[in-house]
Design a protein. Sequence first.
Length: 536
Amino acid sequence: MNKKNDITNIDHLIELMTDLVFFKNTKGQYLTFNQAFLDFIKKSRDEVLNKTDYELFTKENAEAFTSIDNSIFEKNEGNIFEEIFVLDNNEKAYFKTSKQIVYDKDENQIALFCIAKNITKRKQYEIIYEDNQLLLEYIAKEDNLQNTLEKIVSLSEKRNFNSKCSILLLSEDGQHLLSGSAPSLPDFYNDAINGIEIGENIGSCGSAAFKTETVIVENIDEHPNWQPYLELTKKANLHACWSEPILSSSNIVLGTFAIYYDKATKPTPFELKIISTYAHIASVAIEKDLNYKLQQEKDILLLNQSKIASMEELLSNIAHQWRQPLSIISTAASGVRMHKELNILEDEVFDSSLDSILDSTKYLSMTLDTFRDYFKTKGNKEEFYIKDCLEKAKNTLQLSFTEKDIYLIEDISDIQLNQIENIMIQVFINILKNSYDAFSSNVNNFIFIKIKEIDNEIIITVKDTAGGIDDGIIDRVFEPYFTTKHKSQGTGIGLYMCKEIIEKQMSGRMSVKNQTFSYHNKNYQGAKFTIKLPLS
């Protein structure tokens, strides 16, 4: 840059420019400026000439501008900056400003030549875009709705100078508004409006939720909607409130997003965009939370249905398993009584009969424990050996497998898992029962179970010799309620629940494919289920 610049007689040149142009001396006084500058700050030439930023603008603006100017003079180097000008109505104007030093013929600093381009609209859209990106990423990662709402409110207050923001949620009955997040509003105010009934003339939020449209109240003290609540609003020093209904993707009211101010004021076009944007972001967060809760309820329902569907099988197995020990108990007791009545009861016969009775009752108790453990609710993770978990699952199906001549071939490492044992038992039962149902004869019925640790993962494979799954339906076996059996024989939720448990509750993966393999020099085809679980 040529440091020997002459600023004489250039007023007519800067008037041709649409950007804000001005000269300031080293004391910060305005020497020359164009009409575009005067129009923006809404002052006359006489009001600006030889005045400093502190004499023309608010302290906040003056300190910001002066700090930049002093830095340029100290470094003796011009630069381009993004500056913010806070207007009287608290709206922000954004400028890209070039500030260059003007020197005299002896190369002494005498002034700053400044050109400020108004980039407010571009900047506002950038802010909205950045906020959308930031909040959507946060919503995707955060599962706690309260934390998300507080993040939205916090960022909104940062964008709206001196504002206090609030999110209210519509109650389940659709008639009341409940506290969502309003950390900057007084507790007494939040407590007072929590549960307020919605209505056409109920404040700003109650009206917005009722009419499903934006409600702008520029002056709370004078608006009829707020007359019953003036004692409360004056105590909280709230004098303006703009409220936007939070609508779902199907245009159902979920709540309201509101901005309060401590003085009567009306929103700028940018503030209206901000209200709309944050209300939409809040709707995404609330809908995600509602969908998550609905999915949880669905999972619980399906889990219960899956257990109920297994109950008949378990009861049948228990009944079968009890017949023999009950017969032993009955026979032993009858024999003791008969020997006693004939007066021929010997100690050896008596002891042997009692041992048979005690062994049988222990076996009955064991089957009851298995049944009880399967159906009781356990919510806490605990350490258990997978092989023990599999053994419990096998016990519930033992008699059925025996009657159908099904043989289990096991290759199981001694691995511990920190999970909820009960749901892992259910996974094994459902997979084994699926193979049991697939066998159509009593010949060559094998189920191969392999459990190994590979690369810090637990790999569980279960494959059978039942012929495999039809290629036309293999991609659907994990769908809820999909079954190839008659409705009286199956619900179609067993494999679905297995996949839900493995992938959603245990952070693992589950898949199935058909496989051809050989065993004892004979070829077989069957379905192979693979489960991969993190070791820790």
